[in-house]
Design a protein around this ligand. Structure first.
Ligand code: ATP
Length: 220
């Protein structure tokens, strides 16, 4: 059975979100909403708070003021239903180096029941055919990133939250990932991404520039 992200209602909202680190306000009074078909790129200079915001949106950190809502209800009221619909990829590839790509993939998608044949196919899609049973410590940084990204071919999650996913990818990897993101958004899924990589080729792109917000705050 194929996965149709448009069959799942995506409605993630931040209202008046505020976050401080080390007595420094990273962002405040921040409002955003992500729904089916949205691609939101968080922009801003190093240290602006992009990863911090992404982790809040993924439900990995509760150190904030303001509201985070899923389907109009507080995110943590029914967190498991939210977690089942979102896929988070952190800025590190986060593969276990002692394991092979196929073993890593089994572990990375263990929250969903996925046929093993589909995992082999996903590794083929990310151009890792022939490396499926090689320990990841023997793979390059870009190949390890591809192992983690193979999840995007498999996981039935409608909302992708991706932190610098282009890191270490070569030209063909970048082109593949851009297409994969575009396809997901066009199919009715949604993507929130931090990336210093330009994503201008994707028509529905929206940007939220945390550096600009901080500058506006300074001038207010
Ligand atoms: N666990 C933490 N404890 C204290 N301060 C933190 C913590 N994590 C991040 N920070 C601080 O919060 C600020 C924002 O960090 P964050 O990683 O969100 O920035 P970023 O915009 O993603 O940067 P980059 O483009 O370099 O990845 C930085 O000044 C950082 O030092």
């Amino acid at each position: 059975m194929s996965f149709a992200p448009d069959q799942i209602k995506i409605d993630l909202e931040a209202r008046q979100l505020c976050c401080e680190r080390d007595d420094r306000i990273l962002f405040d009074q921040l409002d955003l909403r992500v729904e089916n078909g949205d691609l939101l790129q968080l922009a801003g200079p190093n240290g602006a708070g992009k990863t911090t915001l992404l982790r809040l949106l993924a439900g990995l950190n509760r150190d904030y003021d303001g509201e985070l809502l899923w389907h109009g209800q507080p995110l943590y009221d029914d967190f498991s239903s939210y977690a089942a619909q979102r896929l988070y990829q952190g800025h590190l590839a986060a593969v276990k180096k002692a394991l092979t790509p196929i073993e890593n993939l089994r572990w990375l998608v263990s929250q969903w029941s996925v046929d093993d044949a589909r995992l082999w196919q996903a590794l083929d899609e990310v151009e890792l055919a022939g490396y499926e049973e090689t320990p990841c410590q023997q793979l390059s940084a870009g190949q390890q990133r591809r192992v983690a990204l193979a999840r995007l071919c498999i996981a039935p999650a409608a909302l992708w939250i991706l932190d610098e996913p282009f890191t270490a990818l070569d030209k063909s990897g970048v082109a593949w990932l851009e297409k994969r993101i575009q396809k997901h958004v066009e199919a009715g899924g949604a993507v929130i991404i931090t990336s210093h990589h330009a994503l201008e080729n994707i028509a529905s792109l929206k940007q939220l520039d945390l550096g600009q917000l901080a500058m506006n705050r300074g001038q207010a």
